[in-house]
Design a protein around this ligand. Structure first.
Ligand code: NAD
Length: 289
């Protein structure tokens, strides 16, 4: 049996720690941490993600402020809301749920969030810190969640061949930078890669983030590898990942399940980033977490 990298269990234990930190700090008279969540339109998947994130916040004592704007919201209207949240000292983090409706400029919105409140880590200032290996910036939630999961199970990327399939802005690209930071040798494949199996077969740590169900088959994975499945899609009406889990699992050293692997770690990383924003905003550097 492979080692199952249980993101759900690890998340639960980190969330207990966050919750007791918040209890401790608020009992000293400080206000609770707060996260503003903005959702534009009625995309059903985005609704579910936002609901889960808000529920997770509330369960650990982080106040979540919800701004649900109509589908026809304009870029200037959204920019106005973000500007007011940027200057509100009682708001620690701001999350704009992506994707935005196509008439809104995603780039302009990402640039408008204060880097100090950018708990998603998408602002170029935070991405730049990831490139330059500067501590203290916000690391995007899914890469950070994967990093925590690997660390927890004693899997050190240093000197390993890490192959990432998927070069998206939210997962693949920032994850490649984070794995480089961890001193791995990193290879990134994407839709234009001629034959991804040439690369996946060499991976000590294979991470797939494409959203293509069962893209990663048994014969594409090296014996004894660590496999991290970020993908979330539906196959035969069941939530499934990028990896053909049932066939791949007997060949590998460790693997994440879907659901229950990277998904909960992503939300936990959001809670940790919000706490980091709170501590910086409230100047609580000395309060250990
Ligand atoms: P994206 O669309 O931004 O990027 C997808 C990447 O996959 C692109 O680089 C594309 O070139 C590549 N790709 C697509 N088909 C491919 C193929 N056949 N071969 C090789 N590369 C291919 O998507 P994203 O936002 O990075 O999300 C990717 C997946 O991860 C989705 O299923 C999404 O739902 C999931 N996701 C999960 C979590 C989580 O917490 N588990 C978080 C974010 C995203």
């Amino acid at each position: 049996m492979p080692l199952i990298l249980d993101g759900k269990a690890l998340s639960e234990s980190i969330r207990v720690e966050i919750s007791s930190y918040v209890e401790r700090i608020t009992s000293k008279g400080y206000r609770e941490p707060s996260l503003a969540v903005i959702l534009v339109g009625d995309d059903p998947a985005s609704h579910i993600y936002v609901k889960n994130k808000r529920k997770a916040c509330e369960r650990v004592g982080i106040r979540s402020l919800f701004f649900h704007l109509p589908q026809n919201t304009t870029t200037p209207e959204l920019l106005d809301l973000i500007a007011s949240l940027n200057s509100d000292e009682n708001v620690d983090g701001i999350l704009v749920q992506l994707p935005l409706p196509t008439h809104i400029s995603q780039q302009e919105i990402i640039l408008s969030v204060s880097p100090k409140k950018d708990v998603d880590g998408f602002h170029p200032e935070n991405m730049g810190k990831l490139v330059a290996r500067i501590e203290g910036g916000f690391i995007p939630c899914t890469p950070l969640g994967i990093d925590l999961l690997l660390k927890h199970y004693g899997i050190d990327p240093k000197g390993k061949d890490v192959v990432i399939v998927g070069a998206g802005f939210i997962v693949g690209r920032p994850l490649a930078l984070l794995m480089l930071w961890r001193d791995a040798t990193v290879c990134v494949c994407h839709i234009h890669t001629k034959d991804i199996s040439i690369y996946t077969k060499k991976a000590d740590i294979l991470i797939s983030a494409t959203g293509v169900p069962h893209l990663i088959k048994e014969d594409m994975v090296k014996e004894g590898a660590v496999v991290i499945d970020v993908g979330i899609s539906k196959l035969d009406n069941k939530v499934t990942g990028d990896v053909d889990f049932e066939r791949v699992k007997d060949k590998v050293y460790a693997i994440t399940p879907v659901p229950g692997g990277v998904g909960p770690m992503t939300v936990t990383a959001l809670l940790l980033n919000t706490l980091q924003a709170y501590k910086q905003n409230m100047d609580l550097k000395d309060e250990s977490f």
